[in-house]
Design a protein around this ligand. Sequence first.
Ligand code: ATP
Length: 366
Amino acid sequence: MASIELRGISKRFDAVVAVNRLSIDLREGELVALLGPSGCGKTTTLRMIAGFETPNEGEIFFGDTEVSTLPPERRNAGMVFQNYALFPHLSVFENVAYGLKMRKVAKAEIERRVSEILSKMQLSELRDRRPRQLSGGQQQRTALARALVINPAALLLDEPLANLDAKLREEMRFFIRSLQQEFGITTVYVTHDQSEALVLADRIAVMMGGVLQQLSAPEDIYRRPRTAQVADFIGLTNLIPGTVTERSGETLQVDTPVGLLLAKGVDGLRAGDPGLVSIRPEYLYFDETAAHLNAKGLMDSLNRVHGVIQERSYLGNLIDYRVEIAGRQTLRVQSGPEHRYGVGDDVTLTFSGDDAWVVSEEGGTP
Ligand code: ATP
């Protein structure tokens, strides 16, 4: 087990800057998810950590050892690829044993370690099968077993659940998380699926265009995004443009097309600055439930806007509304099935200033 430190690493492919001066410090045993849209440089970053690519600048450390230019086999990282990359002509046992054989581990010891990990992965019964005789989930577990059996210094996962169906993907999230915690292994997990990152990670590194936008715990990324792009990428949000008119401690007053709003916001915003008020659909309440905010002591910074229901979609566990406010702004509201508003109904929406979050348009530094 080791900490992993990326110090200002960059990778260029001709004119493309795939990763731009990226710095991330992973504590021992921590799981950091690299999250971002397609092409933002996640896989390139993981490949540099694994040793399949060399950074053009910057350094990579495993613990106190600089590994930036070491070949993959000298870094002792366990890697799981999106397509699993199992050897098709080898059995499950032989696939998992491969790394130990390469390291010239004694035969009896290989048998013991492979049997132990196969049992943990519930693969003992399948040890003689070839990969093509396995389901996607079983191939996935074999790839994980192969990565873990070598007692790696770090576990590197590249979209490991992308090829599984939705239900299995959800199960495997919990399986990977409990395995990672049991082994206490420092892990970098690449995904473009935000819910996967929110569930699995100790911290999430959001990347865009090769640049780190924010590195924070899942709840901070969701509730306190640093830029409008991060707010928009993680989950659904409403972004209301405006100008900060007052700052009092942590509370901002923002003049917007739907009226004066109270909110919290990123550091450094002051009166006169333009900003976007981000408010998540699940934090907007129909009028009757303002009592709910009162009970939570959130009435001090209550925002109230009036609007008309424009669209309504039934999603089973909730209803998704689009509400037009004063003909100027459409807000998305998600609420439990207890409200039964129809298109054209006049409604009042309330939300707490604690749940509204102002970001500046150009974004800040991570
Ligand atoms: P995805 O989620 O689609 O896998 P990603 O975030 O992992 O995307 P990367 O695969 O790291 O993104 O790619 C980052 C950028 O670098 C992209 O613009 C990509 O086209 C480019 N790139 C990656 N590998 C190479 C290469 N070997 N040669 C040239 N350009 C490359």
